[in-house]
Ligand binder design. Sequence first.
Ligand code: GLY
Length: 378
Amino acid sequence: VTPSGSADVVIVGGGVIGLSIAWRAAEAGFRVTVCDPDPGRGASWVAAGMLAPVTEAAVVEAALTSLGLVSARMWPTFAAEVEAASGIDPCLRTDGTLVVAFDSDDRRALEELLAVHRALGLSSEWLSPVECRRLEPLLSPRVRGGVAVAGDWQVDNRALLGALVGAGHNRNVEMRRKAVVCLRGDGTRIDGVELDDGEVLRPAVVVLAAGAWSGQVGGVPPSARPPVRPVRGEIIRLSGPADDPVLLRTVRASVQGRSVYLVPRRNGEVVVGASMQEAGFASTVRAGAISELLGDAIAVVPAVAELDLVETTARLRPGTPDNGPILGPTPVDGLLLATGHHRNGILLAPLTALALVAVLRGESLPVEAKAFTLERFG
Ligand code: GLY
């Protein structure tokens, strides 16, 4: 695409991925429109904001871990630049993550996790129960040991979304609060985006960044349809005194085999998550999921029982067959993908934006992203 003329790029989906691409593409000189009936209110709104290439590494493979590590290294600059561009601080916190084990089976699983980290060349460190409580004094005395992961950080995802909207606005990104009915084209190229009020936009390129719905958008030729499925996540927001926090850093725990994370913010908020359930597009909040998460969080940090329950929410992660995102070109002219970020959308936003802007400029994908095109699914 030549970065000039009208409607260079339409981005379908205004979550953290679509908004990051929109801002970076506009900075690069493209004229960008984002279509989303409710921008910034999907999965990225309820996310915990963890930037966790290491503690998410146990359940995924090495290429995805490398992708996450590269994107994590981009975060300090990305956070500073989005703040400078918007005046909104996304509250990057680099105080690391502590993973703890609740019983002896959990401890064995954590020892295996440490072995996975070592095999991947990651510098995680084993901590005794006493060392865990030295870092986090309000941990339950039952905790049987832990692993300190210095490189897994967090941002405030909601502040980030506000910052991305602001940064895009300041670069003249046009926000269309409309649903996309379908893409138009002849099967080999996309030449239009039809909105729910009947208007048809005619950009040179469409970026499909519609999260869990990316496989459902009408008019996408079968050869370009991303294999994305919804994975429900239920999550809880608690609130406590900012000047007397229950935790100083993100704590993840295995409690009798179940995973829970607690992400403390400087304003006293603690985000507790998250369930994983494949039930189509159902996105209600199940009582049992909330009860289990809260029970496990309180088992690990008993003082959590005293916090105020502010919010329980559910959204749909965009899952893919190999848990990796789908980035860049498709066999259909004028259609790019930026979807399937599953549990790692916030983490992978900087690298995704870099990759998509490279493709828009006619350059090749960054080397780490090359393994994550649609082509890998055959
Ligand atoms: N990345 C955390 C989650 O998806 O729950």
